[in-house]
Ligand binder design. Structure first.
Ligand code: ME8
Length: 631
């Protein structure tokens, strides 16, 4: 008997800064699957949350001058708010600082220790705190962490080890017997090949910092953060405290993760479960990275796209749609403004939005009359359903939008606006019902609006039932076209050929700012001066501005949770290397300005030399902490 339940998880994210588009990507995918399976009348559990412990968190808290618990308590609600705004309906938001979770970690550690799978030792080797992972020399790329491309740390400390090596054969047997366990296929092969090379026992505790779950059998150690984190998948559904619920949902149907953390999920996690005598999840699906100009979007990469700006300007449903429309879910996908706007305007505003508006208008005017349909949707429903079940979201959307095209062609051909044929209107509306139900997991708000206009329910039954005849009122516009001039977003720069458009955007956005700059140049009073927030910042990275020969794009640390991007006209005078690592004075409260398509969040102060007009930046005369105020 197949269970009528569905359990989907996301990674639990490190709350070192507010969430970005990358973390949203996995969480939206999980929401799509959760909604889809709820539609299929399954009892669904969708788990997401945060990974509150570890060295990385402790360091981030120290940097912010806060205790780790205060720091995470400050950041975690920002995840919850962001997920709410994106319309993500999870069943639990777990934090590894939740007491039921910590108890599960300690219980599993005790059991594995008793069993002899955990033993005391000494770890001497490499560690990347950004990954929270151990590395060997051969894992490194040019001496750096292969993921973060930054130096790794040499650590030496007492540690407990998990006998991972003991599970090599069992793991390989499991992969062989369960070909769907790791997906997509290419990634599965990579894991199998690496496991075949052999597995070393794994250090699972740390002694040089304290922000973690203490080992129950040695309180001087805290659990390695990954050991702690992975267990969230069982504690989140009540492993110790809610046996009935746990038995109902475990094993998980799918752990959704990014490809960067596949090893932890496909090797370490199943080995821990084997050791603890717990069943293995059914599937681990590793998706690709969202990139900007080929670089992974992430908080540390400094190219994070601000989620709030994005969803406020574009609309949540468009964002949810376009993220999964373009790139196959398993592969890396470049996030580009051009593609986004094109799809929003062409597919959502023109094709779907116009269909809804035109059809509701016709139905209001001429009514609808039931008839046998020429717009058979069954094959589209079957194909799209199969694709969603198989996590091929792009293919599902392709099917669905192919059918939207068919409905539009049908109307174009029959011209009900000329004939007033209520049967034609009915057929198109009935077909739109099926499109809407399938689109619901991707665009829940939009689907609900359409369903309300045409009076049907979003449910599985509704797919198999003809649309009822009701009085219809013309729908409000679903998607406004995005004009490029309205488009003030923290987005990647435009392509070179769009120079004209950029100028237009810049000038439009800067219009208001410009006005206030026209104020007189005479003296100011102290209150005016006090409005300026001048601070010391450290330039941590310098890139050439892709559009302008004179400009650099600086990454500047001003002692805040996130570094800022500041555009500066220093390229004629300074080399990149001269600037990296330098401290200088910045205006911290200047309103963001678009400079040739890049949003600048502040300004560097520089003097123009009287003799040769050269630009010289103002640096503090001795070293001083970034973020220090200038008065
Ligand atoms: O790894 N594109 O947390 P994390 C796509 N705490 N997905 C991305 C992405 C991008 N550019 N950037 C991040 C951790 N992600 C651990 C997980 S689980 C037991 C512990 C997504 O905050 C992707 O799902 O670094 C990736 O796996 C996850 O965020 C990493 O989040």
């Amino acid at each position: 008997m197949t269970k009528n339940t569905y359990y989907v998880t996301t990674p639990i994210y490190y709350p070192t800064a507010k969430p970005h588009l990358g973390s949203a990507y996995t969480t939206i995918a999980a929401d799509i699957l959760a909604r889809w399976n709820r539609l299929a009348d399954k009892d669904v559990f969708f788990l997401t949350g945060t990974d509150d412990h570890g060295k990385k968190l402790q360091e981030a808290a120290e940097k912010a001058g806060l205790k780790p618990e205060t720091f995470v308590d400050h950041i975690v609600p920002q995840f919850q708010e962001a997920w709410k705004k994106l319309n993500l309906h999870y069943d639990r938001f777990i934090r590894t600082t939740d007491s039921d979770h910590e108890q599960v970690v300690q219980t599993i550690l005790s059991e594995m220790h008793k069993k002899g799978d955990i033993y005391e030792g000494y770890y001497e080797g490499l560690y990347c705190t950004a990954c929270e992972a151990y590395y060997t020399e051969k894992d490194l790329t040019e001496g750096n962490c292969p993921i973060h491309k930054k130096p790794v740390e040499k650590i030496k400390e007492e540690s407990y080890f998990f006998k991972l090596s003991k599970y090599q054969k069992k793991l390989l047997a499991h992969y062989k017997k369960n070909p769907d366990f790791i997906s997509p296929e290419g990634r599965r092969q990579e894991v199998i090949n690496r496991v075949k090379e052999g597995l070393q026992d794994l250090s699972i505790s740390r002694t040089t910092f304290s922000w973690g779950v203490p080992l129950p059998f040695d309180k001087g150690h805290v659990a390695w953060v990954w050991f702690d984190a992975l267990l969230n998948y069982i504690s989140g559904i009540g492993y110790l405290e809610k046996q009935e619920m746990f038995n109902k949902f475990w094993p998980a149907d799918v752990h959704l993760i990014g490809k960067d953390i596949l090893w932890f999920h496909a090797v370490i996690w199943p080995a821990i479960l084997m050791s603890a005598g717990i069943k293995l999840p059914k599937k681990i699906f590793a998706h690709g990275w969202l990139t900007i100009k080929g670089d992974k979007i992430g908080k540390s990469a400094g190219n994070a796209v601000d989620l709030d700006t994005l969803s406020a300007k574009i609309g949540v449903d468009s964002l949810r749609y376009v993220l999964f429309r373009e790139t196959p879910f398993g592969q890396d996908g470049e996030f580009s403004q051009d593609v986004f706007i094109e799809r929003h305007n062409n597919e959502l505003a023109n094709k779907l939005g116009n269909l809804v508006s035109r059809l509701s208008n016709l139905a209001e005017k001429y009514g609808m009359q039931k008839t046998k349909t020429e717009l058979e949707s069954r094959s589209m429903i079957n194909k799209a359903s199969k694709h969603i079940d198989g996590l091929e979201f792009d293919r599902a959307l392709n099917e669905i939008f192919g059918f939207v095209d068919r409905i539009n062609h049908f109307l174009q051909e029959k011209k009900p606006w000329e004939t007033g044929d209520a049967k034609v209107i009915y057929q198109a509306a009935n077909a739109l019902k099926d499109v809407t139900i399938l689109l619901y997991p991707f665009m829940p708000d939009t689907a609900e609006k359409i369903a309300k206009t045409f009076h049907f329910e979003i449910s599985k039954e509704s797919l198999n039932k003809d649309l009822g005849i009701n009085k219809i009122k013309k729908a409000h516009i679903l998607f406004k076209k995005i004009e490029i001039t309205q488009n003030k977003m923290a987005f990647p720069p435009f392509k070179k050929q769009d120079e004209k458009k950029i100028e237009k955007v810049d000038s439009k956005l800067n219009e208001n700012v410009g006005k206030s700059e026209e104020k007189s140049r005479s003296t100011i009073n102290f209150d005016d001066f006090a409005k300026l927030d001048l601070r010391v910042g450290k330039i941590t990275d310098v890139k050439e501005h892709p559009q302008a020969d004179k400009l650099f794009v600086l990454t500047v640390n001003m002692g805040e949770a996130r570094p800022r991007t500041i555009v500066a006209g220093l390229r004629n005078r300074y080399k990149k290397e001269e600037l990296v690592g330098k401290k200088a004075v910045f205006v911290a409260n200047l309103a963001p300005r678009m400079l040739k398509g890049v949003e600048s969040n502040g300004m560097i102060l520089a003097a123009a030399a009287e003799d040769d007009g050269q630009v010289i930046i103002l640096s503090p005369e001795r070293d001083i902490k970034e973020g220090s105020k200038i008065r």
